[in-house]
Design a protein around this ligand. Sequence first.
Ligand code: ARG
Length: 496
Amino acid sequence: MTEESARGGADGDESGVVRRDRFSGGPARSFLSSLAADERIFEADLEVDRAHTLMLAEQGIIDEETAGSILTALDAIEVAGHDSLPDGEDVHEAIETAVIERVGADGGKMHTARSRNDEVATCIRYRLREDVLDAIETTLALRGSLLDVADTHAETIMPGYTHLQPAQPTTVAHWALSYEGAVRRDTERLLEAYARINESPLGGAAFAGTTFDIDREFTASLLGFDGVVVNSMDAASSRDFLLETTQALSTHATTLSGLAEDLIIFANRGFVSLADDYSSTSSIMPQKKNPDTLELVRAVAGDAAGNVQGLTTTLKGLPRAYNRDLQRATTHAWETVDAAVEASEIAAGAIATAEWNADALAAEAGAGFSTATGVADLLAANGLPFRTAHELVATAAENSAEHGSADYDALDAAAEDILGEPLESHVDPDAVVDALDPAESVASRNSQGGPAPEATTPQLESGHDALGADESTHSELAAELETAHTALREEVNDYV
Ligand code: ARG
């Protein structure tokens, strides 16, 4: 198409509005409008408008002077801010109206060779990249806090639980590293989602492409995207990137909820003391110090899961190509990312400032005969079938004076019962005494990934290595956005 036929985006109306004619009012007006929610993509939309306008000029679809006037108007609109926009069904229409108000009818050339459908999809991806980078950054900070705890507490013995019952002694480092591994995978999922967000739908137009000789790769690179979503119908319609991101955030929120729950239980048992900054009190009971922040972190997982459900249900069964349902899909992702970023920051801060009570942890580490498995393992290592060893230890615990636990004498009596021989004919008594000691019990569980300090050291090293690598990736991605933003500004400056 020629420049002449590109004229008339506002059908020659100099009054300075995007013409809606019979669609301009009515009781559904505010229901239709996303203008308020679109504040979140105001800056993104201006960048997308700039990139598109530059491309139209470079391709000779609009003349350079018109492009200059449009780009100048966009700068003024940015300074005035979202609140100063004229009325519009959404931010795209309002900005276009504001451009036409400033430039005249030729301002309407900005909307040549595109639609709000590819425009909004591009704006969401543009903004979501920044939000996901923020989310990734909070996961990195949390991993750092957890690694610090593990560094400090490699030898701090604590009770470990299954079914919330005392199970086997472990260390605070081993516990912290268990969450470090989970949060590391949360980071990986967000990085993978980022790669699929980072493709440009711009130029897909309504869904069916355009007759104009556009350059989609050029707008994609101006906006810092890795490439384009090639199929124009896919570009305008698909929101799987939104679903994938919301799911990844929901998974992270679920990890956080478990971490919060553990800390709430540990605080309740006096194992850990939360910093005042991460606690609250009661309006009536003056003595109370409550783990309210962690309870709120725990609740974010519910909100996030609800948003995944809402988004999935909205997207399910939508026909190709664009449907207005998509307008209500987007807010699920914004809500989720905001809540997850906040929860992740709070969790990182709570972990970094919590104090671990080593004495209380050590006193409870052996509770509930938590060394029983280690004693059975020792007997098995000395030739007894594990099932017989298990029975011997259970019998000792059952018959001992302190019901449910067992000392050397109780084990010896059980050996006479079950094997018809004293314990020392099977195993060195000193080794049994060691196995009954929680610290020795931990030190002996040095299998790969286990709690013995010699087994947590390599876990710590790999945690630090992975954190360093992900921090570099995060910085590179953030720098790519910054570089694209600066380069786009320089291109714009050639016109204004
Ligand atoms: N506000 C709309 C959204 O968020 C923009 C696209 C409107 N397109 C349309 N064909 N009605 O999805």
